[in-house]
Design a protein around this ligand. Sequence first.
Ligand SMILES: O=C(O)CCC(=O)C(=O)O
Ligand SMILES: [Fe+2]
Length: 835
Amino acid sequence: MAESKRKRDSVMSPGSLLSDYPDDLSDCSLGRAEKRSRSRLPTPVPSPLAFVSLIEGEQEVPYIAQPGPLELPSWPDEKLVALSKKLTFLPSAGASKPPPSGRPEIWADGRQELCETLHYYRAYHSGGYTNNGHAWAFMFDKTAHTRDFIDSDVVISRAGGGMVPGKEAGEMTLGSDQNETSQALSLRNSMEYLNPVPTYIWSEKTGEEAKTVVRYRFEKFGNKQSWWKPMGVADPVALGGLPPPAIQVCRSCNGPSQQVYLQGWMCLHSSCPLFWKLPSGLEPIEGSLLYDPRFLKQKTTWPNDDQDFTLVPPAIEVSPQALAGEDCSRAFWNGIVCPTCGRCIMRLAWRGWICSCGFTKVSPHTLVPAKSLSEPFFPLSNAYTPARDCHQSAIKLDVFFMYNYRVHVYTFPGIAGFVAHLIANKTIVEGPGGPNDMFEELQTVDIGFERRELDSGMTKGGSSTRHFSVNYGMPYKYVATTSSRPFTGSANAIKNTRSRLNWVAKTLLRQQQGEKGREGSGWKEFNEVLALGYFEGQKIKYHDDGEVGLGPTIATLSLGAPGRMRIRMKGKYFNGVSRGDTYNDKPPVPLCKAYHERMRLVNELAVLKATDTKAYKARLKKIPKELGLNRGTAKDALDLTLGHGDIVIMDGEDLQKFYEHAVEHAGKLRFALTCRHIALESLKEKDKPTYEVEPDEGFYDGSLVGTAAATSERSAGMGMSQTGAVDTRTDSGAYTTDTLDTGITFNGTRPTAAETSFFETEDSGTSMAMNHTESAYLTQNAINTQSAALQASELEGTRTTTNSSSAQKLIDEVIDNGKYTEAEKEFLRRLWGQA
Ligand SMILES: O=C(O)CCC(=O)C(=O)O
Ligand SMILES: [Fe+2]
C-alpha cells in the first residue's frame, strides 16, 4: 500500500490526548470540575485504586472482581498516573515515528479489494462488519475519537455510525447520541459465543454537547508479535502485567462496569441515571481523563488462544473431479491474498488473478457443456417454447411466432418504442454456429474479458463492475477505449452474434413498424458487440443503455444460465421528485406514482410559473409531501426469463430515458452479447477506433434455420453464417421435418394485413420487392414443399433434381429479384439445389 494510504487506513489511530495533563501527579485523579467543587463533596474522592468504591458517600456496594489480587500496595496512584501517561503518550505532530517492526500480513489499496478478498470483512460502507447477529471485523479509519488508543496489544475505538461532516473540511463528528445498535449487539453476541471479538463494550459521553458514544476495547490474541509494534521500542508494561481492573456493580441499574479511567469508577450504561458520573456525582472533564492502565493492559483469558487463527483465507482450488463450471462458482471470483506481497488481489481477469507485484494465478476452466444447460423442468423441443415472462397489466403484450422464435413484444403507455423478447427453441440453440456452439466457444477462447473500473465509483480505491466485459467494433463508452477490439480476427461467436442480431432486429423492426417505419426508424446496422460474462452471483444492476451516440435499437443475445431481466420506470420519473425533495413539474409519464393527480397539476404549475415565481417554487416544495411522492422505487414493469439463445430487443430512445433494466442469473455461467449502432461522429477524437470497423460481412438468415437444406452437407462450409460458423454437427437427424414449420404465426394464426404490412407483398403476392429476409417468409409458404421434398430425398440418400417447375420459377424469381449480394445468391442457389 502506498505510504499515504497506509496512514489513512491502518489501525494506527491516535492515542488519547492527555499531553496537557498537570504535572502535579497527586492531583491527577481529579478533573477540573471536581477540583472546583471539591468543597461541596460529601466525602473524599475515593482513590482510583479502590476496588470497592463509595458512590456519593452512600453505602458500600458489592463488586464483581476478576481473578487477581485485591491488594495493590506496590501501585500507588502516582505510579498508575505516570504509567497511564506513558501508555497514552503521543509524539507531537510531525515528529518522526519509529518504523513498525513488521509488515502487514494482508493489505489492500481500496475497499472493494478488501471486501472481495476477506470473507470476514464484507462491509462496503460501514466500519464494522456484522452479519446474522455476529460481528466479524472492524476497520479503524482516520476519524479518531480523542480517547482512541492503540499499542501493540490493545485498540480502543468508537464505532457504530452517527458520524456527520464537521466544521473543518474532511472532519467527521458525532451527529447524535449513539445507542447500542445492532452492531454493538452483534459484538456482544459474538463475545458470548467466544468468537474472537472485542473484550469490552461500554458507553461514554463526549464533546461539548455531551453526546453518548459507544466504545470498544479490542485485544490481540495469540503470541505473535503485532506487525505495527514500533521497532526498538519496548512496551512500558506487558499485557496482563498489571492487576486486573476494578469491576463494580451500579447501585442504581445493577449493571457491572469496569473502571476505565483513573479519575474514578463510573457506571457506563447509558440508560442509567448514574451514567458517566464520578463518585462525586459530577461528570468528568473530558480533556483530563486518564486511562486506568489496569483496564488497558488486562489480559482476557480466551479459549484456543494458542491456536493460529490465520487472517489469510484458504486458497481456492478446483476439486480433482473438476465439476463443470466449478471455477465459475462464487468462490472463484473472490479475491485472493497474494502469497508474494500480501495484497488483496481481485479477480479482475477472466483467466485469473494478477497482482501488481507480478504474481499471477491462472484459474483452470472446466467446460460447462451446452447440453448441460437443459433445464430439468423446462426442457426445450423443436416446437415453440412456452412463455414464462410476466408483465404489469398496464403494459401491452403482443405474442407471435416466427422462425422458431416465440416473440413477446411489450409496449409501454406513453413511451415510443418497445421491448421484444424472442424465445429460442431447440432448433435455434442447436443450429450450427448457434447458441450452443457460441456458448462453448466463449469458454474455450479468451476473448479478452475483464472486470472494468467504473468511473463513478465512490468507493475508496475505485470500484469495478461485478461482471466481465469486452467490446468489439466501434468503441463503447461503457468500457475503456483501449479494451475495444476489431471484428477482424475475433471469435466466431462475436461475428455470428452481430449477423444474427442484425437479421433479427431488422426483421422485427419491419414487422413492428412496416415499410414506412423501416425508413423512419433510422435503424442502422449494428457496428458494435459488447460481450458480458457473468460468473455465479455476478449481475448488472439497474441502468439504461441510452448514452449519447447510441442508436435507438439495442439487441442482446443471452447464452448459458437463464437470466432474469427486470425493467422498471426510473425513480426520478416514477416519483417526480428531485434530490432536494422538490417536485419536477415536467408532464408525468403514465404508470408513474399519482399520475392523475400530477396530470392535473400540469396547468396549475404552468400558470403559477408564469405569474408568481415565489409561489411556484414554494408549491414545488409542497407537492411531494401532499402526494406522498417519497423515494420508493417503481415496481418492475417486466420480469423476463432469458433462456439460452433468447434475444431481447429494446427499441426507442424514450424507453432508455424513462425506464431502466437489470439482469441477474442463478447459474454458474452466463454471457450476454449486446449489439448497438454507435455513430462514429459521437466519439471524441481520442476514443475513435484505430482500426477499421467493417460492415457486417456475415450472412445470417434465421428463416433458414432448421430447414433440411440448412443442415445438409452443402451448407456445412458456410454454416448459417459466412463468418465461419464451425459446423461440427453432421448429425442432420437433429433437424427433423417438424423444424420445417417455421412460418410466422400471430397468436397461433396467420397475421392479418393490418398487423403485418411488411409481410404483405406489394401486388398479387409474388413481387416480393424484398431481400432475403422477406424471402424467408416466401420460403415458408411457397418453397416448403420443395424443401420437404429435398429433405425427404436426402434422408433417403438420393437427390431429387426434378423440382416442380412452379417452385423452380419462384426460386429463380426470389434469387433474381431479391437484391442479394453475390455471396447470398450463391448460398441460396446451393441451398435450393441449383448450384
Ligand atoms: O445481461 C444482459 O442480458 C443485459 C446486458 C445489458 O444490459 C447491457 O449490456 O447493457
Ligand atoms: Fe443494458
